[in-house]
Design a binder for this molecule. Structure first.
Ligand code: DGT
Ligand code: CA
Ligand code: CA
Length: 580
């Protein structure tokens, strides 16, 4: 049997998706959707597309679901020449800075194209100028309020948009590490900084290498593919920018001080300051070269040694924010943090029963493939029209489908839930008689974000008073780099969640909500959690790790997280109807 790597699938899917986005800007009906569907289908393909083509030619490509003649020809062109002329043409024609304009909350491809046609706007700067001249509010579908919201969002993008989400850079960083590892001069290598601490966004990537040949390492580094600009190049430190936009600081140190350098450059600065203070109080001096007593090196080769000499338990990088980890380390009370392998299921996935392109069966199969013991389907409900939210009747129909799937796939338990909307007045958009029939009920705010703090708090507390609620999902409504949290009294929410045994979500999506800081606060109030992926496409089921990172930064252990429990223990924790 021939073995193919599916490398091209992802590339082609990405290109087709991009074409779809450009076409969407042109307001062409149906075509963008066709490209996006084909992209999704290729992204989820089991076989390698190059293999299909080699074996069966264009006929084989046409057999792929969602791929028509026009798209098949473009795929063929890519496989033969490595590019698609059509996309280049579209790119040339458009000079709109779509990527950054899309970061502005309230702007989608349609509106961007409309603004371009009406006002000639091609980038954020021009958008800002148009707003200053009050031009936006006169356009159809905009108005004063939306103009104001867009202006606020621009300010947010401008101040926070320069930081990258871990998920945006992780693949590139891994590839760079692989390249370095091939060099025989590299004795040891680690990523340090906020990347190692798994912070939700990173300012730059800090790489640390132990080597006795720094010059050779630096020369290799600056000639890597994808480097766009070198800011500075020296013997111990080189800083550069990648084409993707993010910066990398590389430091090369001798093997003997790799541990102390790693400790120093992992940070955070606040943690380091506190640690150095502790070192001084014990008669040591700590810096990136080592831990010294009266000028004699006591530790430095590895990190563990440094923490040990200072009388501390090893502190995982995720906790190094000076939020109590040093005190805990001295008392040997650093918790054993949750790990990805502890997760046994996911309670936030969306199917094509409502608004996505993936079927419940596909979700189930992927869950089985991941080795999960259970999987929760939680489609949106009726108030969320753009997601085709389900009403009571449709939920009942869905229950029957899930029953069938449960019979078909005995190796996993499928739980039927929903993501119910918290309406403006705090009521839910699904009747209790229907909620009662569900295995679990997620509730969340999806509209009317701008409310006074007290009103918002009352609204969510009222929703949490419903007897059938399992989990409050994305409790603050923020979207990383895009939308700020709404004003809400989280202390009250956490107290009530603990009182009513309502779980809190740690979302692994671009929301990362609750965030690390709030997770810790909630834990201190006694709350328990679900770490969910909020899946809208199959590959989202693989992003659980980003929720785990946040959970670890929020000091969570396996015990704090309900979807680590085995199947026989979980039902009573998620189903309220049986409890009450
Ligand atoms: P970032 O890049 O903004 O997401 O955050 P970090 O934490 O990666 O910060 P970065 O890249 O400026 O520096 C990497 C680490 O180096 C930082 O976490 C701690 C250490 N470091 C840098 N500058 C200082 C400093 O002035 N004092 C101390 N104690 N440590 C520093
Ligand atoms: Ca950094
Ligand atoms: Ca840095």
């Amino acid at each position: 049997m021939t073995f193919y790597l599916k490398m091209k699938n992802e590339k082609i899917a990405k290109i087709l998706f991009e074409i779809g986005e450009y076409l969407e800007l042109d307001n062409i009906p149906f075509k963008p959707r066709a490209y996006q569907m084909a992209a999704l289908s290729i992204d989820n393909l089991e076989e390698d597309i190059q293999g299909i083509y080699n074996e069966k030619g264009i006929k084989g490509v046409l057999e792929i679901q969602g791929v028509g003649k026009g798209i098949a020809l473009k795929i063929e062109e890519y496989l033969k020449t490595g590019k698609i002329k059509y996309l280049e043409e579209l790119k040339r024609r458009k000079t709109i800075d779509v990527k950054n304009l899309l970061k502005v909350e309230g702007l989608g491809p349609k509106r961007i194209s409309f603004l371009n046609k009406e006002l000639g706007i091609t980038n954020i700067l021009e958008l800002k100028q148009a707003i200053k001249k009050n031009k936006l509010k006169e356009l159809k579908g905009f108005g004063e309020k939306s103009q104001q919201n867009i202006l606020e969002s621009i300010a947010f993008v401008e101040t926070s948009g320069l930081r990258y989400m871990l998920s945006e850079v992780q693949k590139d960083v891994s590839m760079i590490l692989e390249k370095f590892k091939k060099l025989k001069e590299v004795e040891k290598i680690e990523v340090a900084g906020s990347y190692r601490r798994k912070k939700e966004t990173i300012g730059d990537v800090d790489i640390l290498i132990a080597s006795s040949k720094p010059k050779k390492i630096m020369d290799e580094f600056t000639s890597f593919e994808g480097v766009s600009r070198v800011w500075g190049k020296g013997k111990t430190k080189t800083s550069l920018r990648m084409e993707k936009g993010f910066n990398i600081d590389l430091r090369v140190v001798p093997l003997g001080s790799f541990g102390s350098a790693l400790q120093y450059f992992t940070g955070s600065k606040e943690h380091n300051v506190a640690l150095r203070r502790l070192a001084i109080s014990k008669g040591y001096k700590l810096n990136e070269y080592g831990l010294f007593k009266e000028g004699v090196l006591k530790a430095g080769k590895d990190e563990v040694g440094i923490y040990k000499k200072l009388g501390l338990q090893f502190i995982p990088p995720e906790l190094r924010e000076n939020r109590g980890e040093i005190e805990a380390g001295l008392k040997r009370k650093i918790p054993k943090l949750i790990e990805l392998k502890d997760i046994r299921g996911d309670f936030h996935t969306h199917s094509n029963f409502a608004g996505t392109l993936i079927s419940m069966e596909e979700i189930v199969l992927k869950a089985i493939q991941k080795g999960y013991e259970y999987i929760g389907i939680s489609d949106h409900t009726k108030a969320l029209k753009i997601e085709n939210g389900l009403d009571e009747k449709e939920l009942a129909l869905q229950a029957k489908e899930i029953e069938k799937l449960n019979k078909k796939y005995r190796e996993i338990r499928i739980f039927h839930g929903a993501e119910v909307n918290i309406l403006k007045d705090g009521s839910l958009d699904i009747k209790n008689s229907a909620l009662k029939e569900l295995d679990f009920v997620n509730i969340g705010v999806h509209a009317n974000f701008k409310m006074k703090k007290e009103e918002m708090t009352e609204r969510v507390l009222k929703a949490m008073s419903n007897p059938y609620v399992t989990c409050l999902v994305h409790p603050t409504g923020r979207i990383v780099n895009k939308r700020e949290a709404y004003d809400i009294d989280l202390e009250k929410i956490f107290e009530f969640a603990n009182l009513r045994k309502i779980l809190l979500e740690v979302s692994s999506s671009h929301r990362l909500d609750l965030n690390d800081y709030n997770i810790k606060k909630a834990k201190e109030k006694g709350c328990k959690f679900l770490i969910n992926t909020d899946t809208h496409m199959l590959k989202h089921m693989d992003r659980m790790k980003y929720g785990i990172y946040q959970a670890r930064r929020g000091w969570l252990t396996k015990k704090d997280v309900i979807n680590t429990l085995p199947l026989n223990k979980i039902y009573g924790k998620i189903s309220r109807s049986n409890n009450l």
